[in-house]
Design a protein around this ligand. Structure first.
Ligand code: NDP
Ligand code: PHD
Length: 357
């Protein structure tokens, strides 16, 4: 766009018409140093102005300049001049397209599942394992560019409170999580209305496996060469789709390996005191408080709490003793903000601070 300032990073957004793509454009439209420069989607949308190509689903109106941009096909040559590529691509096509952008030398920040468990690609929940971004030097040497992935949206809402507990009390032995996931998580048009209205669907394809495996990589370490899974961290997940627009709620129970079990007050304090790296670095999108703890007996709730810290925090409530595990609580994450586009943007802010852009 013509008004892009000299010092602003020019951003390309792949998958711009989808639920995550719409969130990218909204968040980037008010970003002080990242500006939308090119947008891409499928050949069905390419060649059309964004306002014609996209079925806009967010309550906030989009910036008029962005809505007039013409959608391109997702080919690296159409994104020349971009400093950052954000991807909200469907996973059926993300693998090949993102790899072509990496080979063309771009820094790609992806939401898709394709490369999350790749041993050379960091899986970064920015409020949890920002240090894993350092590993992109290895990809740069091999491919010219690099891919940084962020996690499955439910995984993101889980690992943030788990990381606070790990830092405070050591290895987490066993974790049980039961999710209640919003329909925007399934993309657009997503779950048929006849399936979800007046209903709960107790199955989301592949979701439980992703939560169980991604959690160990994210809570693990990067030793300069490879990613090492966190010890313990045995996760059992049940996933359910519920008739909520945005916001994934999780009921979580945790057992610690340590014999001296922390009290409920100590656990609540560990959530509140947790300060992740992007907050220390004062990244623009970092929340002032990354885990918000609520006292109300019936909180958090998606409708009331999903926009805590502009959607960049996880809200925790009902922290209490468990009769089988050591502690149980409820956590809420905004699935398309911290659970998707917002985390990609924070990852790019971290990469910028580290001189990797
Ligand atoms: N929704 C969420 O809460 C979360 C989603 N994710 C992941 O983020 C990604 C995007 O999700 P979401 O926005 O919900 O999905 P949507 O289905 O809403 O959007 C998919 C996007 O991919 C584009 N696309 C589809 N086929 C092609 C193609 N052949 N070439 C180029 N572009 C194509 C679509 O463009 P067009 O309109 O032209 O078809 C659209 O822009 C997925 O990988 C998803 O798994 C991750 C975490 C959370
Ligand atoms: N499957 C998630 C959203 C998503 O697309 O996740 P992933 O990128 O891990 O497939 C949901 O339905 O809420």
């Amino acid at each position: 766009m013509s008004e892009i300032k000299e010092q602003a990073k020019k951003c390309g957004v792949l998958g711009c018409t989808g639920m995550v793509g719409q969130r990218f454009l909204t968040l980037l439209s008010r970003h002080p140093s990242f500006k939308v420069f090119k947008i891409g989607a499928s050949s069905r949308s390419a060649g059309k102005p964004y306002e014609k190509a996209c079925k806009w689903k967010l309550s906030e109106a989009l910036d008029a300049n962005i809505s007039k941009l013409v959608v391109s096909e997702c080919k690296p040559e159409n994104f020349q001049g971009c400093d950052i590529i954000f991807s909200g691509l469907d996973s059926d096509v993300a693998g090949e397209i993102e790899s072509s952008f990496r080979s063309a030398g771009f820094a790609v920040f992806s939401n898709a599942k394709n490369y999350r468990m790749d041993p050379s690609v960091p899986l970064v929940v920015p409020l949890v394992n920002a240090d894993h971004i350092d590993s992109v030097a290895n990809q740069k040497a091999r491919y010219g560019g690099y891919i940084v992935t962020n996690a499955n949206c439910s995984t993101t809402g889980l690992v943030l409170p788990l990381k606070a507990l790990m830092d405070a009390f050591g290895v987490l032995k066993s974790i049980s999580v039961v999710t209640l996931q919003a329909i925007s998580g399934a993309g657009y048009p997503g779950v048929p209305s006849l399936d979800i209205i007046d209903n709960v669907v107790p199955f989301i394809d592949g979701e439980e496996e992703k939560i169980e495996t991604e959690t160990r990589k994210i809570l693990g370490t990067f030793d300069g060469v490879q990613f090492l899974d966190a010890p313990g961290t045995n996760v059992s997940a049940h996933c359910n789709r519920v008739p909520v627009l945005d916001g994934h709620l999780s009921c979580i129970s945790v057992s610690f390996e340590t014999k001296s079990k922390p009290s409920i007050a100590e656990i609540s304090r560990a959530f509140e005191k947790y300060v992740p790296l992007p907050c220390e670095m004062e990244c623009y999108s970092a929340p002032s408080s990354s885990i918000r703890v609520l006292e109300g007996v019936d909180r958090p709730q998606p409708r009331l709490d999903r926009y805590a810290e502009n959607g960049f925090a996880v809200t925790v409530g009902r922290v209490r003793k468990d009769t089988v595990f050591d502690v149980r609580f409820v956590a809420l994450v905004h699935n398309t903000i911290l659970g998707a586009a917002g985390s990609s943007i924070l990852n790019a802010e971290i990469a910028e601070r580290k001189g990797l852009l």
